[in-house]
Design a protein around this ligand. Structure first.
Ligand code: UDP
Length: 420
């Protein structure tokens, strides 16, 4: 009978040990790392597997006594765009099995993240039938509805996502909206639990607006609109920039727009950043806009706290960590009325929801919050309460831990002939 409390989190393209805020590093990296560490604190031995994408990276990174990242060599040891990583799945599986054998590790459960890891998990089932839990992070069926050119890899991805939904022991949807999309767009078969993403409620919300502004050198009487995230067209930064340029408060307020996030010159994020910078210039808002670059999680609480409003203008978002990080920091959120943002942001209570890509609606929403400071405080307070009650990492990890325990016990019963 399996009694091990060792689990493997697999995140082939989203390295949990890497710095966040670059193009390929975003919510998934944060999710895997934070879930891994929190599960480690609950007594699980957590090994997080990812692809080595740089020869100078250490193979093993120990995060906490029970939680480490292991980088497997699968494909070239350099950055490879995620659409091209699928071809290295067989090599990843072989390296995983080799690692397990060398380390004498028996995992009692595998939790895979994103469809490429789903393929790894399903392949592993052929060698070791242990429970597989899966989190999608993004659904091909939703994504391809919204894009004009569908990549070659799309049919493979859609096939893997459907097979995984129908065959994994449990799918974790991070919002009821994501679950609904799985059911309507992927398959009616398979078992889905809704367990949201979380955030660190000690880290976010630990500093006041006054102190944060002092530390960042932002005047106390200015009105700060904040965005942070990857530079990707689907993040809708264009909508935000257009909305701010339409603001009716520009003449009366010291309005400031801060657009945080890293980029690499010449890569897709660098090109999007250049496009946004040109638009800022074209719209005549250069003097009020800053691009602070990648913001580390040590400094990020200051930015959220310094802001009057945080804007999440994504075209689509399965969950959207930025919204709950801002809310934990008592900053109201103006977000697109899509996906997981409909779950996290309660319109008129913790912020406002607007139709995606509707810059006129975003302008009105931003202005409403900026011109009513008392309401802004009230929204921020309610936002903080909502995150404390529903979206702390510890609470999320407890729900995952309960799910794993149930599945491990079920699987050990079905494998133990004395019980079966
Ligand atoms: N992030 C960060 N610094 C940056 C840009 C982004 O720490 O400069 C983090 C942000 O705080 C959040 C994550 O990256 O934790 C983005 O997650 P989200 O779910 O909002 O978007 P995704 O990247 O998954 O599309």
């Amino acid at each position: 009978m399996i009694t091990s409390k060792s689990i493997a989190l697999i995140s082939v393209h989203g390295d949990p040990a890497i710095e966040i805020g670059k193009e390929e590093a975003g919510g998934q990296n944060v999710y895997v790392r934070k879930v891994g560490e929190a599960l480690g604190n609950l007594g699980w031995q957590v090994d997080m597997f990812t692809r080595k994408s740089n020869a100078t990276q250490p193979t093993v990174v120990q995060h906490t006594p029970n939680c480490r990242t292991i980088r497997l060599v699968a494909g070239p040891e350099e950055f490879v765009p995620r659409q091209q990583i699928y071809e290295y799945v067989p090599q990843f599986v072989q390296e995983f099995l080799k690692f397990q054998e060398q380390q004498h590790r028996d995992y009692s459960l595998v939790h895979t993240n994103y469809w490429i890891s789903a393929a790894v998990g399903m392949e592993l089932q052929k060698f070791q039938p242990i429970p597989q839990v899966h989190t999608y992070h993004s659904l091909g069926a939703v994504k391809y509805k919204a894009v004009s050119t569908i990549p070659m890899i799309a049919s493979t991805r859609l096939g893997v996502e459907k097979a995984c939904l129908e065959n994994a022991d449990r799918i974790v949807a991070t919002s009821p909206q994501e679950k609904e999309h799985m059911r309507t767009l992927v398959s009616t078969k398979g078992q889905i639990d809704v367990i949201p993403c979380g955030t660190d409620i000690q880290q976010f919300g630990c500093v006041s607006q006054v102190v944060a502004r002092e530390k960042l050198g932002i005047p106390q009487d200015s009105s700060v609109v904040f965005y942070v995230g990857r530079f990707d067209r689907r993040k809708g930064i264009e909508t935000l920039v257009r909305a701010v340029s339409r603001s009716t408060l520009r003449d009366q307020h010291d309005l400031r727009l801060m657009i945080g996030g890293g980029w690499r010159p010449g890569q897709s994020d660098g090109k999007e950043r250049d496009r946004i910078a040109s638009l800022v210039e074209e719209l005549g808002i250069t003097d009020l806009t800053t691009f602070p670059g990648r913001i580390g999680h040590d400094e990020l609480p200051l930015y959220y706290a310094a802001a009057n409003v945080c804007v999440v203008p994504s075209h689509y978002e399965p969950f959207g960590l930025v919204a709950i990080e801002a809310m934990a920091s008592r900053t109201p959120v103006v977000a697109s009325d899509v996906g997981g943002l409909q779950f996290t942001v309660v319109s008129e209570e913790t912020g406002l929801l607007c139709p995606a890509q509707d810059d006129a609606a975003f302008a009105v929403a931003i202005d409403r919050i900026l011109s009513h400071p008392d309401w802004q405080t009230q929204l921020g307070k309610a936002a903080r309460e909502r995150v404390e009650s529903q979206f702390s990492w510890d609470g999320v990890a407890r729900q995952l831990s309960n799910l794993y325990s149930t599945l491990v016990v079920q699987s050990s019963h079905s494998l133990d002939p004395a019980i079966a």
